[in-house]
Design a protein around this ligand. Structure first.
Ligand code: COA
Length: 164
């Protein structure tokens, strides 16, 4: 067995099904219930759309030959314009069986290192206000709240910014 997160590689559209399975399991596990109005097909479509966005980036974490997590994002759009200083981290997910082994941290550290090396100044992301696990991870790397909030699918969201 390799070590958690040792094996990160770029995602391709062919990974969308495996990524959708991770996403469905991670979301269901976090909410402790099935998410209504959701299907694997719509998750695949969403992931394919994300991977095709201009400037999109993604890494999948492989364990024993299987995708067990991923991080994905794209340049931030602000008022219809690309903000060249900021990358938007749209998704970070680890399959429930593999949570707590350092894979989420590895994916986030990869994103910070990758964009920091390309002179990006900030990595920003939304997370659920009550997602203590994710928030602890982001804060442990130095992310701070921007003060922006919104509602998404009946959940209260907060925005974090990590200076690279
Ligand atoms: C959030 C998530 C990506 C973290 O991935 P992970 O691989 O479990 O995280 P790691 O094992 O790298 O742990 C990183 C940190 O998370 C926190 N953490 C991990 N397991 C935890 C637990 N059981 N309870 C509380 N915090 C925990 C800790 O701060 C940990 O820091 P440490 O390494 O110093 O212990 C993962 O839990 C997940 O996919 N959750 C569901 C989807 C989700 O909420 N995504 C984020 C939405 S924005």
């Amino acid at each position: 067995m390799n070590h958690p997160g040792d094996d990160l590689r770029p995602a391709t559209v062919a990974d969308a099904l495996s990524m959708a399975v991770v996403m469905e399991r991670a979301s269901t596990h976090r909410k402790s219930r099935l998410v209504p109005n959701r299907s694997i097909d719509s998750d695949i479509d969403y992931l394919v759309e994300r991977l095709g966005r201009p400037g999109a980036w993604c890494r999948v974490a492989i364990m024993n030959g299987e995708i067990v997590g991923f991080v994905a994002g794209n340049p931030l759009m602000r008022d219809g314009q690309h903000d060249s200083d900021t990358q938007d981290l749209g998704l970070i997910m680890v399959a429930p069986d593999w949570q707590g082994y350092g894979i989420g941290r590895k994916l986030l550290e990869w994103a910070a290192g990758y964009h920091g090396a390309r002179k990006v100044k900030f990595l920003e992301l939304w997370t659920q206000e009550d997602n203590t696990r994710a928030r602890r991870l982001y804060e442990s790397l130095g992310s701070t709240l921007t003060g922006e909030t919104k509602m998404r699918q009946d959940e209260s969201m907060v925005r974090y910014r990590l200076s690279l």
